[in-house]
Ligand binder design. Structure first.
Ligand SMILES: C[S@@+](CC[C@H](N)C(=O)[O-])C[C@H]1O[C@@H](n2cnc3c(N)ncnc32)[C@H](O)[C@@H]1O
Length: 247
């Protein structure tokens, strides 16, 4: 089988709006927007999303905020630039990027899953802290924890857009329960002119315990609070970390 990885953010990035369309993020966006408004109040607060991808989630949040978005992938940033023309976009790595400005809130959605070691996860939190004013907020939402991940997890779906149809199977498993990584393999099926084309893509993502998250957030200069985030397709628990930057 192919060892090619993260194709969804490079040569297969054109699939993103079909596979995971912006409307799928409306409920999550509403919860995050309401948390931000509750804590930051009205007004044009400055928010930064690290790992914004296609900007599908940000699309439901950005209105009324002064928003900036960072992602590693130029192809994904191109989607977000089209969808969110009022947002400032930068290419960068959430572990190392320094924009030289501060924000009232930093958001890291599922892109945090790509932090595969404790050092990477800490580096992303340190980046968030470096871009926040004292008292500013980090909102972070990983997909899984050691406590919630069951192996294997399998998901499949057929998605149709105006000019495209794709069926994808997503298979997540834990090759080594003693490390901090799990793997998701995507198989994409395209029916084109009576022929079947199949593409495979592998993603290595991080898996940490809830207590590791709490410790690394605290070490990186945050007071973390964990609240329910009921937005999974399979009913497993998910949590939103709402973290205040300490002085
Ligand atoms: C699942 S996509 C995010 C989708 C996004 N939530 C949306 O609403 O469209 C994950 C993103 O994480 C980005 N990413 C992975 N590692 C990163 C890193 N170290 N720094 C910044 N972005 C990263 C990828 O380029 C990809 O665009």
């Amino acid at each position: 089988m192919t060892s090619e990885s993260n194709r969804l953010y490079t040569d297969l990035a054109y699939l993103w709006p079909t596979m995971s369309p912006p409307e799928d993020y409306a409920d999550e966006g509403a919860q995050l927007r309401s948390e931000l408004r509750k804590r930051l109040g009205p007004g044009r607060a400055r928010i930064l999303e690290l790992g914004t991808g296609g900007g599908h989630l940000l699309h439901h949040i950005a209105d009324g905020f002064e928003a900036t978005a960072v992602d590693l992938s130029e192809a994904m940033l191109a989607h977000s630039r089209r969808l969110n023309p009022g947002v400032t976009h930068h290419a960068g790595d959430m572990r190392t990027v320094r924009l030289g400005e501060t924000f009232d809130a930093v958001l890291i959605h599922d892109a945090i899953d790509y932090m595969t070691t404790e050092d990477d996860l800490r580096a992303a939190f340190v980046t968030a802290r470096a871009h926040l004013r004292p008292g500013g907020l980090l909102l972070a939402i990983p997909d899984d924890y050691v406590e919630t991940f069951t192996t294997p997890r399998v998901w499949h779906e057929t998605r149709r857009a105006k000019d495209a149809e794709v069926t994808f199977v997503e298979y997540s498993w834990d090759p080594d329960p003693n490390d901090t990584q799990v793997e998701t393999v995507y198989v994409f099926f395209f029916e084109e002119d009576g022929e079947l084309r199949v593409e495979v893509d592998r993603h290595v993502v991080g898996l940490f315990s809830i207590s590791t998250w709490e410790r690394l957030l605290t070490d990186s200069g945050f007071e973390p609070e964990r609240v329910d985030y009921p937005h999974t397709d399979d009913g497993r628990p998910m949590y939103l970390w709402i973290c205040t930057a300490t002085t």
